[in-house]
Design a protein. Structure first.
Length: 136
């Protein structure tokens, strides 16, 4: 009988699981994209390939439900991280962007990996930059 009582006490002492908050916004990356410009806090276009020279490219991210969480844009070229830009989401819907100055010697595939504070990948996009190719 003692063993049943011990089990019953253990079961009753467990905290009750809270019901999920139906109004909570799931944390995620709503949009992530390369763009040639930011206009009115929005990307001007969605680039996956850029033919011809560019002075600067941007990486735009829209976050949902990530208030006060750290987000990192890791810019990678030829498999190496060349820059990291850190942000803290300031609200339930937060838009942010980073940029990279470009030059003709930066031809190739660029990747931006969006990470959280734990280093988990939230999103990842690539852009092929061909400054010498003027075909559109």
């Amino acid at each position: 009988m003692k063993s049943h009582a011990a089990i019953m006490v253990a079961i009753l002492s467990q905290p009750l699981m809270a019901e999920p908050d139906a109004t909570a916004v799931p944390a995620d990356v709503a949009r992530a994209q390369f763009t040639s410009a930011i206009q009115g806090r929005e990307p001007a276009d969605n680039l996956v390939e850029l033919n011809g020279p560019a002075e600067k490219i941007f990486f735009y991210t829209e976050l949902s439900g990530m208030t006060d969480q750290l987000v990192i844009h890791s810019w990678e070229f030829k498999g190496e991280s060349v820059a990291e830009v850190r942000f803290r989401a300031g609200g339930p819907r937060w838009r942010l962007w980073s940029s990279k100055q470009m030059s003709p010697d930066m031809q190739g595939t660029w990747t931006v990996v969006v990470l959280n504070a734990a280093g988990d990948i939230l999103a990842e996009k690539t852009l092929d930059y061909n400054p010498d190719d003027l075909t559109f």
